[in-house]
Design a protein around this ligand. Structure first.
Ligand SMILES: [Zn+2]
Length: 116
């Protein structure tokens, strides 16, 4: 099973970076969790976000956020619409389901036919 967070939205913030105090490096990224297995693909409801500074290449964790960053973050989080959760069976899953159905039909046939 493969789980990954895919970037849905990126926003450049003009706030001061709490690490290097630069105003043009902060980037807020909204992510959403996708799950993929051999049999299905799914977009989950689970979302995540991260704040990074491209100037000093640091991840800015919420403990380091200033009030201004929090305010801007809340604003963008409200404006952020995640993708609709979805669940799709892959071809291999359908093949498996169909073969199981055929198998059941054949078994029923073997069980019923001699009694006819
Ligand atoms: Zn920085």
């Amino acid at each position: 099973m493969e789980e990954k967070f895919i970037t849905i939205k990126e926003v450049a913030l003009i706030n001061n970076c709490p690490e290097c105090y630069n105003t043009n490096g902060l980037q807020l990224t909204f992510l959403q969790k996708f799950v993929e297995t051999k049999f299905y693909k799914s977009i989950t409801k689970e979302t995540s976000h991260q704040l990074e500074c491209n100037t000093c290449n640091t991840s800015i964790y919420p403990v380091r956020w200033t009030e201004d960053i929090e305010r801007v973050f809340n604003y963008h989080q409200k404006a952020f619409t995640p993708k609709k959760a979805s669940f799709k069976l892959k071809k291999s899953a359908w093949l498996l389901i169909i073969s199981v159905l055929i198998f059941i039909v054949v078994l029923l046939g073997i069980a019923i036919l001699p009694n006819l």
